[in-house]
Design a protein around this ligand. Structure first.
Ligand SMILES: Cc1cc2nc3c(=O)[nH]c(=O)nc-3n(C[C@H](O)[C@H](O)[C@H](O)COP(=O)(O)OP(=O)(O)OC[C@H]3O[C@@H](n4cnc5c(N)ncnc54)[C@H](O)[C@@H]3O)c2cc1C
Length: 444
């Protein structure tokens, strides 16, 4: 057993939330020890470079590039290169091949009208309304189907499921009343990327924190218990699954919501109050998986991308990220998560190339995420509010509430009321807790 008694703050998890907290606390002069169970930092920011080019298996986009996303501020401070992505709508395709441009345009216009119609309806609904997004968007009278033939309507339904990519759950499970709740404040609109991937941001946050001389990082360090202590002075004890014990003043848990759902009751001692445990069990975690497929020859038309492949189980978003070497970056929605990569390749190949005389090559290399079954995430991100009694965005505020007189904090994407499920949510929650814990420690 080893003990360390002079740490101000233990941070559990080195995802973007833990990294942002470590960076801000260490800059403010607090000693920080970050304990991370994986063999890498970044968490759900995971840039794979085994193809010789960066492929994001977790987050990729800076959503709201021109609308104030805080990632840009950090990127600028660390000298990271970023770029705005072209705002091309790309190609809609179904199992029968690419759709006619006129039909694609009509489907998109109808989806926008159906969303506007849903927003109008829910602006008059009460919080006890149990309608799902599907009840309104997919209703026979929905503007989604205006002017479409019976054979075109299923394509409109399939396109509406593109909303499920970001939500990670079915339209049928999403509470209509809260579906647009965060849209006024969430960073949206234009999309950009960090050149070289989000790994660059994670590495910069870590090295800048280390350079203060106040922060250390331990990988392969899975926290198994967080205990409140009081030997005259209140503090925390941390135990790891390899038998280490640490003592310090405060702790910040950035443990993902999906994992919090599975922890034994005595992981936190004293145990979490019922108000927090019920918010943890009520709040859903959505699923989105990523694939990287590398080919030895180019078989798609690069200017036609990105491709949205309409499938009855959800929309597969196919982003060509390189023509040389030919590489596709694929977002697999929850309805198709777990399908073998070769099956997804077959669906995509049939949809994009119907009518082409050339056979489509098989991928020569495949990389894939498994967020759904990963025991350190158990899902992609927290989802929007699901249909059910008593559910509201206040659950995200409850997930963020500190305990133990403020010495046990909670951050991570699921704790940011306005930015759940995103990199800004992770980063802003880390900043929030760094400010709060720093001020608390200064005051005692
Ligand atoms: C496929 C996918 C695509 C996405 N796309 C985007 C996008 O384009 N844009 C965007 O803004 N957001 C996107 N997101 C969301 C974004 O990635 C997350 O919101 C953000 O990375 C979460 O950061 P976090 O620090 O809250 O959690 P995490 O990154 O999960 O960090 C938590 C850390 O805690 C560690 N941990 C867990 N339990 C323990 C324990 N007991 N002891 C020690 N360590 C532990 C984990 O290993 C992990 O490293 C995407 C997410 C996914 C999965």
């Amino acid at each position: 057993m080893s003990t360390t008694k002079n740490t101000d703050v233990f941070i559990i998890g080195a995802g973007l939330s833990g990294l942002s907290a470590a960076y801000n606390l260490s800059k403010a002069g607090k000693s920080v020890l970050v304990l991370e169970a994986r063999d890498r930092i970044g968490g759900r920011a995971w840039t794979d470079s085994s193809f010789g080019l960066p492929v994001e298996l977790g987050c990729m986009a800076i959503h709201g590039y021109k609308e104030g996303n805080p990632v840009l501020g950090y990127a600028k401070a660390f000298g990271l290169e970023t770029k705005l992505l072209p705002a091309s709508p790309g190609t809609l395709a179904s199992a029968d091949g690419p759709l006619e441009p006129a039909l694609s345009a009509k489907l998109r216009v109808n989806l926008n009208a159906a969303r506007a119609n849903m927003n109008k309806i829910i602006s008059h609904s009460s919080a006890s309304d149990t309608s799902s997004a599907a009840d309104i968007l997919l209703a026979p009278s929905s503007p989604l189907y205006t002017g479409l033939s019976d054979s075109e309507k299923p394509k409109a339904t399939a396109l509406a499921r593109s909303l499920e990519i970001g939500w990670g759950i079915f339209l049928e499970d999403t509470a209509a009343h809260w579906s647009a709740w965060a849209s006024g404040v969430a960073f949206a609109g234009s999309d950009g990327v960090i050149i070289g991937g989000y790994v660059k941001l994670a590495d910069s946050l870590r090295s800048s924190a280390e350079q203060t001389g106040n922060a250390s990082f331990m990988l392969h360090s899975r926290v198994s218990k967080i205990i409140q202590t009081d030997d005259g002075i209140k503090g925390v004890q941390i135990q790891t699954s390899d038998g280490q014990t640490y003592f310090g003043r405060a702790a910040l848990s950035t443990i993902p919501l999906g994992v919090l759902k599975t922890l034994p009751k005595d992981f936190f001692t004293p145990p979490l109050p019922a108000r927090k445990t019920s918010a943890i069990s009520r709040t859903a975690v959505g699923v989105l998986e990523k694939l990287g497929l590398l080919y030895d020859s180019l078989w798609w038309d690069p200017p036609a991308g990105p491709f949205s492949v309409l499938h009855e189980s959800g929309v597969i978003l196919v982003i060509p990220i390189s023509s040389s070497p030919p590489c596709l970056h694929i977002l697999v929605p929850h309805g198709l998560a777990g399908k073998p990569a070769t099956e997804i390749h077959d669906i995509v190949a049939r949809a994009i190339t119907t009518g082409s005389p050339n056979p489509v090559p098989q991928p020569i290399k495949i990389i894939s995420s498994r967020w759904k079954d990963d025991e350190l995430s158990y899902g992609a991100t927290s989802s929007p509010i699901t249909v059910g009694e008593g559910r509201s965005p206040l659950d995200f505020a409850e997930l963020a509430r500190p305990l133990w007189g403020g010495l046990l904090g909670f951050s991570g994407e699921a704790t940011e009321l306005d930015h759940r499920g995103s990199v800004p949510g992770a980063i802003l929650s880390g900043e929030r807790e760094a400010r709060r814990i720093g001020a608390l420690l200064d005051a005692v």
